[in-house]
Design a protein around this ligand. Sequence first.
Ligand SMILES: NC(=O)c1ccc[n+]([C@@H]2O[C@H](COP(=O)([O-])OP(=O)(O)OC[C@H]3O[C@@H](n4cnc5c(N)ncnc54)[C@H](OP(=O)(O)O)[C@@H]3O)[C@@H](O)[C@H]2O)c1
Length: 288
Amino acid sequence: MKKILILGASGNLGTFLCQSFSDLKPLAWDKIDLDLTDISSTASALEASQPSMIINAAAYNNVDLCEKSDKEYQLALALNRDLVEFLANWCLAKEAVLVHYSSDYVFSSDDLEFSGFKENDHPNPINCYGQTKLAGEEKILSLAKQGLNYYLIRTSKLFGPKANSAEAKPSFFDIMLNLAKDNREIKIVNEEKSCFTYSPDLAQATRKLIDDRPDSGIYHLTNASPATWLQGANYLFKLFKLSPKVKPVKSTEISRPAKRPKSSILINKKRPKLRSWKLALNELYKKN
Ligand SMILES: NC(=O)c1ccc[n+]([C@@H]2O[C@H](COP(=O)([O-])OP(=O)(O)OC[C@H]3O[C@@H](n4cnc5c(N)ncnc54)[C@H](OP(=O)(O)O)[C@@H]3O)[C@@H](O)[C@H]2O)c1
């Protein structure tokens, strides 16, 4: 039987991976157990536990902070590139499987009407975070040629119930609900089209992928129906019968250090499609 290790186990996705794999009694580590930027401690911990599959949901995810601070950028490289390189080498040497998550931000289109990126399209990140995630992908793909067993899963715009980690970021929808209560005008970007993804759905789709054991490769797993942030917020407000003052704005009208793609839709050509994010949002907030 597979001995599964989940990294980033208390994060937004990791919390639900632990639930989706609970019958297999996975090992589950987070920052409180082990600092994954300490490669030598990580190596010792892996040697002691000998997993046959590592599911890596740990990452540096602060898109703006890593753009404006070199110290943060170095931390992003340590987690999103160097750790991934180490895990890929470890899995190759032990014939273990590496499951790793990457981001739609490895892509960028400046056409809001662009139909989307397929699994094998050429990446072109436009911010530092996207570059660090691409650097991690490249480490995995370079070892794939030597026989690494891997699933590289790209996803986007995660949302869901609160994660176990005390440091977990609130989701876009929770932030919007709070702002709507304030009764002030909310500026919402009517660009940056990609696919909202419900973390429990992604965890289940990951489980199904692993159970089905398709070939190693890149997979795009997101909920269906691409949307801008504004489209997401408008649907949420309709669900809650809220009508806050909303000002639709362009990306450039919000002051943020990192550039965002106008569109970074991921097209899933290889796996069963997930339901629409709207159905998942209804479930999250127990509507309908
Ligand atoms: N969130 C999104 O919208 C989004 C979009 C596209 C792709 N993704 C990708 O999806 C994956 C999961 O993202 P997520 O939103 O679930 O991330 P998350 O909530 O930030 O979880 C990441 C986890 O990694 C842990 N971690 C951070 N630094 C660590 C360290 N030095 N040592 C050990 N653990 C450490 C965090 O622990 P603490 O909580 O204690 O810091 C957290 O539990 C990532 O690969 C991410 O890049 C996410």
